[in-house]
Design a protein around this ligand. Structure first.
Ligand code: ATP
Length: 221
């Protein structure tokens, strides 16, 4: 379980996250819904250890992550799909996916095979350089990379943003299939369009403040 307790974070002295508390239970899929600039990416980067907290704590399975570096968080089984994908352009698709293992020193490739089985379309362009792929294909590869690291918890920052409807549908199928894996998932979205069909609970974020929404108030949002 991931648990954030009264997290406060400022960037250049401007408060961005304010008293953020949330919990994602084992196997739960949670939505994080908020407008542009609400703080979704900042929250995910804080969970990954890319931004230092000013106050508050983040615990993962009861362990305080305060001193854990980003690669140590990845080694705990936390996978992250950044909003801007961050693929290495001159690496092949396969190399981009393997980066997760290299970063954590993990030599176990069984999970890579599982990801190729889950998303067979990736295998078809495994040898191509990332820079030759469409934006949507890159999103699939970034999801594959996050899945290789994220054996316990997956942070998906606006996975459907800028993706054509057919591919968004495909991403939704892949995320829905993760239910069988007992993965915990946090999905951010600017509205509730895609997450609605996927999530067990929804957090709303507005100007860095978070609240737990009921399913009906989330649908109306
Ligand atoms: N490096 C930075 N320097 C200054 N301000 C920043 C920086 N990163 C984020 N912010 C500010 O923090 C706030 C939250 O940004 P964040 O990217 O977390 O929002 P978001 O909800 O992910 O938005 P979007 O949907 O547009 O990606 C915004 O006001 C943004 O301007």
């Amino acid at each position: 379980m991931l648990s954030l307790n009264m997290v406060n974070l400022s960037i250049q002295r401007v408060p961005i996250l304010r008293d953020v508390s949330l919990e994602i239970g084992t196997g739960a899929t949670c939505g994080l819904i908020g407008r542009n600039g609400a703080g979704k990416t900042t929250l995910m980067r804080a969970i990954m250890g890319a931004l230092p907290l000013e106050q508050g704590s983040i615990q993962y399975d009861g362990v305080d992550l305060h001193d854990a570096k980003p690669h140590e968080r990845a080694a705990l089984g936390i996978g992250y799909l950044p909003e801007d994908r961050r693929l290495v352009p001159h690496f092949s698709v396969e190399e981009n996916i393997m980066v997760s293992l290299w970063a954590t020193g993990n030599k176990e490739t069984r999970r890579v095979k599982w990801v190729y089985d889950l998303m067979p379309e990736i295998g078809r362009f495994a040898d191509r350089k990332a820079l030759t792929l469409s934006g949507g294909q890159q999103k699939l590869v970034a999801l594959a990379r996050a899945l290789v690291a994220g054996s316990n918890l997956l942070l998906l920052d606006e996975p459907f943003e800028g993706v054509a409807p057919a591919l968004a549908q495909r991403l939704m199928e892949v995320i829905a299939d993760l239910k069988a894996e007992n993965l915990s998932v946090l999905i951010s979205e600017s509205d509730y369009t895609h997450s609605e069909k996927l999530v067990d609970q929804v957090y709303s974020i507005e100007r860095g403040e978070i609240s737990l929404m009921t399913a009906s108030s989330a649908s109306a949002a």
